[in-house]
Design a protein around this ligand. Structure first.
Ligand code: ADP
Length: 553
């Protein structure tokens, strides 16, 4: 087959695809392109119902889908004419010379039928039933050469595939699914679209029509990709076994792109596979996320600078006031300094949360001495602990230096220690320890507080997660979220152990090797989640000026 004919076949396949299962469009496209592909200007396509009744009549060059007036003539053509031969014989018939072939019956009422030249009739069949007959005629005798026949053979294959798709689609439209699914589908308060395995929409529920702004009839038969940016690759990669969630954008009738969360899964209805696409409009969440990120940017630009100045001013003032005869002055200075440091840590951690969540690699790692790190934290926290009669002890056997961003890890330890002090009753005890375990150093911050209920031992590391103790100290629930992100960024693990009676131990590990073999880095023991009788009550020791900042950092 020549290059031009190949190109014509490709054009036909593309044109059919663009018809999105529209019956008239598909059949007209088939007729037009098969004629054009081999330079034929006379021809028609007849389609048949399930009971073999003539259904549609398409004529090359005529836009009339069904020439009602002449239907009787066409039926006669089918009964006694050439079309009848092809339809009843169920096979291709070539008439090499119209003028001398008795099968070519000329009907004077059908002006479109040529009286000289050659013709071909091809049945399009699916499931052993002739669905349509294509007739092409040319003014030249013996026009249908083997090359043109080869082209028409390919057309037949494409046509039968397209007709099969149309039939399946029509059956789907007529079919009522499992009534339970149908009821859920229709009345579910979220937009749901159903596609076949090729991504062609077969149905859309009321909410989806509202969301997209299209009528159901318009949505049926078009590719899902026409209303959603889901790519062909994503479609192809859908796992039949597993529900998948992803963020995409949806186009509505006005061309707006709406951020959408999609939940896609394969479902079987009446023995066939379909994909169910549940859509969630994310516009409001996205706006909130934007607001949050603007707020963080504001914090970054507008709070960080002035805070640094306050911090420096207090340090300078304290220097100037060294040796002041009123000891209260120095105490006030120290309190001011501590508070400024706490707010600075809060700001830094807020910024770190945002950056770490975005996956930014921002660690300034260097070898750090573990005992120096813990001793510094102890000194920093000492005054706060003493004001509540809490003792803090250190237990650090000799541990080699660990590669870490020490500013970030020290804020992790401060956070955990501040929490330990905040939740430990007055007169209690906090222990900071570190030890080498396999290929990691394991840090533990142990307290005498109320412990963490078993069902929250994982979730308290989520943002804004807080245990609802009675009289709980103030906080926003960002401290532990920061700790987890920071430890994760170092390739370590963080968890809490608590037996529900003797306080909690917040534990985190940092790998001591850089060889990326993290299999030896300890993680939370699986059996740690021992049941706890009831949530112990927290004691509120937070003074607004000090510890309310502590765990929010
Ligand atoms: P915040 O302290 O600001 O609420 P965190 O993220 O630091 O935020 O802590 C989250 C929650 O975990 C706290 O609200 C508290 O309910 C619980 N929690 C944290 N540390 C302890 C602790 N040492 N003892 C008991 N509960 C704790």
């Amino acid at each position: 087959m020549g290059k031009l004919m190949h190109q014509n076949l490709y054009t036909l396949a593309k044109a059919l695809h663009a018809q999105h299962l529209d019956t008239h469009g598909t059949l007209q496209t088939l007729l037009m392109h098969s004629g054009e592909g081999i330079g034929v200007h006379h021809g028609c396509l007849l389609t048949f119902d399930v009971d073999d009744k003539l259904r549609h009549i398409y004529v090359i060059g005529s836009d009339d889908i069904s020439e009602v007036q002449s239907r009787a003539t066409w039926e006669a053509f089918l009964q006694r004419g050439f079309a009848g031969h092809v339809f009843h014989g169920q096979r291709q018939v070539v008439v090499r010379n119209i003028a001398s072939d008795p099968r070519w019956v000329v009907n004077k009422d059908l002006h479109a039928i040529p009286q000289t030249g050659s013709a071909i009739g091809i049945p399009f069949s699916t499931d052993n039933k002739v669905d349509a007959v294509l007739i092409l005629a040319h003014n030249d005798v013996d026009y249908f050469t083997s090359e043109r026949l080869a082209f028409l053979e390919e057309v037949t294959e494409i046509a039968e595939y397209a007709i099969r798709n149309l039939k399946q689609h029509d059956t789907f439209k007529e079919r009522t699914f499992d009534t339970r699914y149908e009821a859920i589908f229709e009345h579910t308060p979220v937009p749901v679209v159903l596609t076949d395995e090729n991504g062609i929409i077969v149905d859309a529920n009321y909410q989806a029509c509202e969301f997209l702004g299209f009528q159901r009839i318009v949505l049926r038969g078009i590719p899902f990709q026409d209303v959603n940016v889901v790519s062909a690759e994503e479609l192809a990669e859908l796992d039949p076994e597993e529900e998948q969630h992803f963020r995409t954008e949806t186009y509505d009738i006005d061309g707006n792109q709406i951020p959408t969360l999609i939940r896609a899964r394969y479902i079987e209805l009446d023995g066939s596979q379909y994909v169910e696409w549940v859509m969630q409009d994310m516009s409001v969440q996205m706006e909130l996320e934007q607001l949050r990120s603007d707020l963080t940017a504001m914090v970054y630009h507008d709070l960080r600078g002035p805070l640094g100045s306050i911090h420096m001013a207090i340090v300078k003032l304290a220097e100037l006031l060294q040796g002041h005869d009123n000891p209260a002055v120095l105490k006030i200075m120290q309190l001011g300094l501590r508070s400024a440091q706490q707010v600075s840590r809060l700001v830094e951690s807020l910024l770190d949360i945002q950056r770490l969540e975005q996956g930014a690699t921002m660690l300034d790692k260097k070898p750090s001495e573990v005992h120096v790190l813990l001793t510094d934290v102890l000194q920093l926290m000492q005054a706060q602990a003493e004001s509540h009669g809490i003792t803090i002890d250190l237990d650090i056997p000799s541990v080699e230096p660990v590669m870490m961003d020490d500013d970030m890890i020290s804020r992790v330890i401060i956070n955990l220690t501040e929490n330990a002090i905040k939740y430990t009753p007055d007169g209690g005890h906090v222990l900071l320890s570190a030890e080498r375990v396999n290929k990691a150093v394991m840090f533990t911050i142990k307290d005498d507080g109320p412990g963490i209920p078993p069902d929250m031992r994982d979730s308290i590391f989520d943002k804004f997660s807080r245990v609802k103790y009675q009289n709980a100290p103030k906080g926003v629930g960002l401290g532990l979220a920061f700790c987890r992100l920071a430890v994760d960024a170092h390739g370590g693990n963080i968890w809490v152990e608590s037996d529900g009676k003797n306080g909690s131990s917040f534990i985190f590990t940092l790998p001591v090797t850089e060889d990326n073999d993290l299999t030896q880095v300890p993680t939370a023991p699986l059996n740690d989640f021992a049941p706890q009788a009831n949530d112990a009550e927290g004691t509120d020791k937070s003074s607004p000026s000090e510890s309310s900042f502590a765990t929010t950092a």
